[in-house]
Structure formats: C-alpha cells, structure tokens
Design a protein around this ligand. Structure first.
Ligand code: PGA
Length: 248
C-alpha cells in the first residue's frame, strides 16, 4: 500500500493581527513552490477569510482551529463548521489539547464536533495525546487508544479524518518524545484503526508537539508518521517551509 500524501499543518493558535498574519500567509505562499506534502494553514478565526484570499489558487489549504458541534444557533462566541466551510476551509482541528484541557472538552464533545465537521464537508483533524503524568504512569498507549475510540466521528474514513498525536507535555515546550515512543504510539493508532477500517494504511497520522527544523527530519521519517501539526514553528515562514520540504 502506498503511503498517503503527507500533511504539514500550521496551527497559528491565538497569534497574528492582520498585518503580520497576512504577511506570513503571503510569504508561505511565495516560498512554497511545489511540495510533496500538502500544506495547511489554520489561522485564528479573525484572519481565516483574509488568509483564504491570500492563498486562493495556490493549493495551500485553509482550516479552522475548532468548531461547535451544532450547525448554527444560540452559542455566543462559537463558530459553526458550515461557517468555516463557507469561508473556504477544507479542514478543522478538533480536540486540540488546549481545548481538551483549557476548555474541559471530553472525547464525546470532540466526537460531536468532528461529526459536525464532516456534516459540513470538512476534513476533521482529531487530536489526542497523553499528559506527562499519564506517560509517567505508563499509561500513554492506553490513553490515546481510549481517546481514539471515543473521539472518532461516525462516517470516519481516511479521506475525511486525520489523526494528530500530540503529547500534551511536548506542546510548546521544546521537548519531544523519543523517536521510539512516537513510533510506538503511532503503531497503536494504526493497529486500532485497522480493527475498524480495511483502508487503515491510508489514514494520515500526524505528530505534533515541538516540531522544529532541527528535529523534523527524524520525526517525519518515522514509520506511521504521515505529517506534522506545527504550532510555534508555523509562525516563521522559513521554519514552516523547512519542515514542509523535509517530506518526500
Ligand atoms: P508546538 O504546538 O509546535 O508549538 O509545540 C503544536 C500544537 O499544539 O499543535
């Protein structure tokens, strides 16, 4: 089975005003050239429309960082998946650890959000990952298996869902798991997917958590790693493009 096309996703989080966000999108567009990997930009909601204009026609995909589980309604401050689709988004991240831990999101909620994403025609990037305490207790594999089981939406298929393994303790810290530990978790994910989906090899399994130009080559070469979800390094065009160019 041939490997899926890698995905390099930039999660800008709550960063960027109009001037620097649009300059970043423009620089990434200008520098991207033709890449083996698919590139995805997930700007803050305030910039999605304008970043979308900047990257229109470039082949670079646009995504949201979160969505609500409902398609519309009285949910002050939230953004519905059809609104993201309306702005030209192809993807939406759901279940990022900053949502799970910062906003108390459960597997059931993440699953409902992912189902809303699919219903709106978006590809859901479902994030999971253990905390440091869970890893220290030797529970990392059990935790991600449980999150996978609880968070995958109805209608999951390799074309509609991407999985991102992001150990909570590696996000924004400069620390990463060993290559062996990343491979171990990714092989658990692939094995568990294979129990339900005959085309499990076609799912893209991203690694996220302190991916930088100096470690991306090793990480992206690991078995069952089909791309990266990049936070901090996605805010610097050279770093982000260096990571993207590592994919072959
Ligand atoms: P980081 O963030 O690359 O800054 O660690 C990754 C993420 O949270 O998606």
């Amino acid at each position: 089975m041939s490997k899926p096309r890698p995905l390099i996703a930039g999660n800008w989080k709550m960063n960027g005003r109009r001037a620097d966000g649009l300059a970043l999108a423009e620089a990434i567009r200008a520098g991207a050239g033709s890449l083996a990997a698919e590139l995805l930009l997930c700007p803050p909601a305030t910039l999605i429309a304008q970043v979308g204009e900047k990257i229109k026609g470039s082949g670079i995909a646009l995504g949201g960082q979160d969505c609500h589980w409902a398609a519309s309604g009285a949910h002050t401050g939230d953004i519905a998946a059809p609104m993201l689709a309306d702005l030209g988004c192809r993807y939406v991240i759901v279940g990022h650890s900053e949502r799970r831990h910062g906003h108390g999101e459960t597997d059931a909620l993440v699953k409902a959000k992912a189902e809303a994403a699919l219903a709106a025609g978006l590809i859901a990037i479902v994030c999971l990952g253990e905390t440091e305490a869970e890893r220290d207790r030797g529970e990392a594999e059990k935790v991600v298996a449980r999150q996978l089981d609880g968070s995958l939406p109805k209608g999951t298929s390799p074309d509609r869902v991407v999985i991102a393994y992001e150990p909570v303790w590696a996000i924004g810290t400069g620390r990463t798991p060993s290559n062996g530990d990343i491979e171990a978790i990714h092989s658990v994910l692939r094995r568990d997917l294979a129990a339900y989906f005959p085309e499990a090899d076609r799912f893209r399994l991203l690694y996220g958590g302190s991916v930088k130009p100096n470690n991306c080559e090793d990480i992206l070469a690991l078995a069952n790693v089909d791309g990266a979800l990049v936070g901090g390094a996605s805010l610097k065009e050279l770093d982000f493009l260096t990571i993207a160019r590592t994919c072959h």
